[in-house]
Design a protein around this ligand. Structure first.
Ligand SMILES: [Mn+2]
Length: 338
């Protein structure tokens, strides 16, 4: 069957097909414009675990979605296909996750990073192996003309993908939805920590702006960096609400945020940027956060702005049915604007 025949014979409003494909879509790899790259990884998860299983859970939950989207009724036709979860990466994560957890526990009991230097270095090397693997996978897909959504895992996972995009584009910006700024130089000694993803991304000179939305848990070191690096613009959750209490509309705020972004935009979506009722089992939930409809509207305005969306990631989704259900819907939203 050709792709057109598949489109013609498929009913997007029908019962979700249990065909093992993301969203129950009828398309394979070749016929899909968008490829989801799953990264089952949570070596540096510091609080709640389970996000390495999110890709499988989201795949399972995704067939329950209605593909008809009010804003983009034809979007499903572009085709979204998720690659198999890599056994090799899953095993590498399983092999080291306990070791990494023990190192965090030892630090909580008072051991210093210096005392644990040797073991921490080992974890950093394993994380660098993952970064290179992600870089190569993303490069391979981009070179085949695919658009890529990376699906974590924890928020450390997209660095290699961002670096692949930096080879392809000489400049771009990041829109980061997150409860945290992720600007720590290293966290718990881990250089490639989920809490350092944007610190590491800012090392790329191609990254011309970082716009953060929903941030509500931050440390002094991060505030200093926000003030020092002109590329960073942070919209704190509480400040957005203070403005709204004074009568500023969400509409005005979203337009301002989109204005801050350059012509090429990468979207990095940490699910904990949402209200925790939408992601109760994420690694580091924080009260407050964005509502679902606010995200959909922000995305719609971003799409309508005519800016080019060059890639996205979704990460930190918890390993439970409700978390995966919301995660699958955010993943669909991302695929619609990509
Ligand atoms: Mn994050």
């Amino acid at each position: 069957m050709t792709k057109q025949e598949k489109i013609d014979s498929y009913n997007p409003s029908g019962v979700g097909l249990d065909n093992g494909h993301l969203f129950g879509l009828p398309f394979g790899f070749e016929e899909s414009d968008i490829i989801v790259l799953p990264v089952p990884w949570e070596l540096t998860a510091s609080y709640g675990g389970g996000t390495s299983k999110a890709p499988q859970q989201i795949l399972k939950a995704s067939t329950q979605l209605d593909l008809y989207h009010l804003n983009y009724p034809e979007a499903w036709k572009q085709g979204v296909f998720m690659l198999d979860v890599s056994d090799e990466i899953y095993k590498l994560n399983s092999k080291y996750v306990q070791k990494a957890n023990e190192l965090i526990l030892l630090q909580e009991k008072g051991k210093s990073i210096e005392e644990l230097n040797e073991q921490i270095t080992e974890i950093n090397q394993v994380c660098d192996t993952l970064r290179k693997w992600v870089f190569e996978q993303a490069m391979r897909l981009l070179n085949r003309g695919k658009k890529v959504i990376l699906l974590g895992g924890d928020h450390s996972t997209p660095l290699g993908y961002m670096q692949a995009l930096a080879q392809k584009y000489d400049s771009f910006g990041i829109l980061q939805i997150d409860a945290h700024a992720d600007l720590r130089q290293a966290y718990e000694g881990f250089e490639f920590s989920h809490a350092s993803i944007m610190f590491n991304a800012l090392k790329m000179t191609q990254l011309t702006s970082l716009v953060q939305v929903g941030v509500r848990d931050i440390c002094k070191e991060e505030i200093d960096l926000i003030q020092a690096d002109k590329r960073i613009r942070t919209y704190f959750d509480i400040k957005l609400h203070q403005e709204r209490f004074r009568g500023v509309s969400v509409s005005e705020q979203w337009d301002r945020i989109i204005k801050d972004l350059p012509e090429r935009v990468y979207v990095s979506f940490d699910i904990d940027g949402l209200d925790p009722k939408l992601c109760p089992n994420t690694g580091t939930p924080v009260p407050g956060g964005l509502q679902y409809a606010e995200v959909v509207e922000l995305f719609r305005r971003l799409k309508d702005s005519g800016k080019e969306i060059i890639g996205c990631d979704l990460n930190e989704v918890g390993n439970q049915e409700w978390d995966a259900n919301v995660g699958a819907r955010i993943l669909y939203e991302l695929s619609c604007i990509l």
